[in-house]
Design a protein around this ligand. Sequence first.
Ligand code: KG4
Ligand code: ZN
Length: 354
Amino acid sequence: MQSNQAYRQNQVKGKLKMRVLGIETSCDETGVAVYCQSAGLLAHQVHSQVDLHARYGGVVPELASRDHVRRLSPMIEETLAMAGITRHALSGVAYTRGPGLVGALLVGAAFGRSLAWGLGIPAIGVHHMEAHLLAPMLDVENPPAFPFVALLVSGGHTMLVLAAGTGRYRLLGTTLDDAVGEAFDKTATLLGLPYPGGPALERLARLGDPDRFRFPRPMTDRPGLDFSFSGLKTHARNTLARAGTEAAADIARAFQDAVVDTLSIKCRRALQETGVSTLLVAGGVGANQAIRSRLDSVAHTSSARLFVPPPALCTDNGAMVAYAGAQRLLAGEHASLSFDVAPRWPLDTLTAPG
Ligand code: KG4
Ligand code: ZN
């Protein structure tokens, strides 16, 4: 019989060897990754469906689901090969359970669940925004520590969250209308930029005159940590009608400056109100350089540390799903044989793993 100590040592060794396959299919990116608890990220690949949806000016859910079906199996084979392992070396499979497009979610859930069942290993359905929120922890050399304030900014969400531990999240503020990524995308469309608008608007804003127009900083003149971005888009539309398309770069600049100011004011306030000294940014809009550098100075003047994943881990990817899934699998959580997806799933209903 093993002594208690030997048993515990074996358990620790088992945990360190934990290798989790992550599958992300909540929207228009197919993401696959292998994360190892001791060695970190072993491999990750993202296939973007941008070209597929570009001519429609937005994501077409049915086309998204079908493309996930086409890509997932070969991408998993390739990613395992890149990681230098076979599927039999996996200890678990994590897939995005929600929130997201129901058809797209079902592809990843059905695939992940079946693969795990076939291999006789546990599967876990991960919350997409928790995965974004934990993505900075993939940095093995310099991971952030709890508690932290997280600014989650994506195409569907804009939230300030106080994270006390894995699964222990308090919503400090959210958007009352458009998500910040949605505002970027809609404003970009108004300015005649190609889909997806966020990165294109950022590039155009670099050419713009910062002093020509001044847009409002919504909801910064009153207390609280909520946001509102739909007015900025209207402001852009009215300015464009007045000044004409020749002013597109200046409008992009004024829009982005207003977003950057608004986000930074609220982040500073969130750090002050919570007394926390770590700020983390995650989600697709976190790839924006202007936002990253301004939040860097917010952190500096608030005596806080800023953690932002590299741009490739800010936008949707399988690595963050593998990491978030690994944390929950390590705590003994896993999905039951009957599975579901959750297209609408509030982050602050999660509980700590285990
Ligand atoms: O997290 P994400 O990849 O997908 C969602 O879960 O929504 O975020 C996508 C959003 C889109 O609205 C996209 O335009 C925006 O992130 N985005 C950016 C930039 N890169 C992506 N917005 C502003 N500047 C960027 N560089
Ligand atoms: Zn996302």
